[in-house]
Design a protein around this ligand. Sequence first.
Ligand code: NAD
Length: 432
Amino acid sequence: MNVSIIGTGYVGTVTGACFAELGHNVVCVDIDSEKVRQMNEGIPPIHEEGLPELLKKHAGSGLRATSDYSDAISDSDATFICVGTPSDENGSIDLSIVRSASESIGRALAEREIGGDADRYHVVVVKSTVVPGTTDEVVAPIIREKSGDASTVGIAMNPEFLREGKAVYDFMNPDKIVIGGDSRARDTVARLYEKIACEITLTDTRTAEMIKYANNSFLATKISFANEIGNICKRLGIDVYEVMSAVGKDFRISEHFLNAGAGFGGSCFPKDVKALIGRARELGYDPLLLNATIRVNEEQPMRMIELLADRIQEIRGRRIAVLGLAFKNETDDIREARSIPVIGELLNRGATVAAYDPLATENMRKVFPDVLYCDSAKDALAGADACLIMTEWAEFGSLDQEFEEMLDVVVIDGRRMVSLDSDRGVYEGICW
Ligand SMILES: NC(=O)c1ccc[n+]([C@@H]2O[C@H](COP(=O)([O-])OP(=O)(O)OC[C@H]3O[C@@H](n4cnc5c(N)ncnc54)[C@H](O)[C@@H]3O)[C@@H](O)[C@H]2O)c1
């Protein structure tokens, strides 16, 4: 089938490359001409395991990119909206990019009609995470209006559940595929996934939208729950990892997402939980549990600072090594990374921050130009008064030699990466 993908960020690039791998002809659209150029040259605009190989294989044959909506849509059977859905100033969802992309798609569909391909069925699929009601009440009316009420245009909602860092694997090996819409629209989208062995949940668009929010809200709540138990364990001198390892053996709970630490970040959990809170409030319900999930998460990074202050007393004028900037390992994505509030607070309190991350330095440099960015953990630790571990990069698990470079070996661990003998320095786990 012929597929167009709108937005070549994390979701769009992976979706486009994977659909090409499944044998479809894919055209990606982005307003960012640099991303379009990179895609056409087979260079991934984002870091993602397995993506360079797929782009190299398909760029120029089954996969190309453009900034021209008509060029992409004129000959396609399905158009996936994969643009960002950020939070507005109140935390509610900002749909302006989805609206603008929908307008452009509608206009391209109208041109297709004039061009004589009016009988060809086309489905517009919302893959961006949008609050329940958006596909039917925002996207569909725009597409209808701009396309001149094209009768052969269907609308569907197909939420994405991939994990950054494992996105290609997750797309090809999903736990679930959810498709919302009327039966013709759903069947068209389902055909695109034919080669993937996975049960498909077919439903209406609002339920599909809600499944994505319920999924992410539950995972975020699980992490905040583990952090809350961890904060209590810390005061009791109990190892929360031992506790959660046993708790996770209960099949009703499962072992995943029970790692206590400095909290969750990324482009999805914080914004999606806040968007659901915002939508619930619009409907007259203030969600108690979701509010608490966010509150625990916002306070957690400051516990790193409290532990540091307890250990070194004066933060002003000290050199603090921050190891890990990305919101998690195996990605260069720093959106909502827990390192951001921590670095902000360290700078506010007059520390010199020496930071190291294997992938995310260039992204963080745009947020904090005044941080000293280092090429290795060893360089960041050299002469440091203390070290904070903010991301679970595997290399941080074997820094015994590098810690010797510090002025004083004081390690505050936000990700359970280090096991340091007590006679070699001070070690504090955030929740253990
Ligand atoms: N990142 C994830 O792990 C993930 C996982 C599941 C779902 N989602 C959801 O998928 C959506 C996209 O997320 P992302 O992380 O890929 O976003 P992103 O910000 O990485 O990418 C969005 C892309 O859209 C492009 N764009 C903006 N306006 C455009 C327009 N009018 N026309 C064409 N392109 C335009 C941008 O240049 C950018 O390349 C969001 O709703 C997000 O919540 C993300």
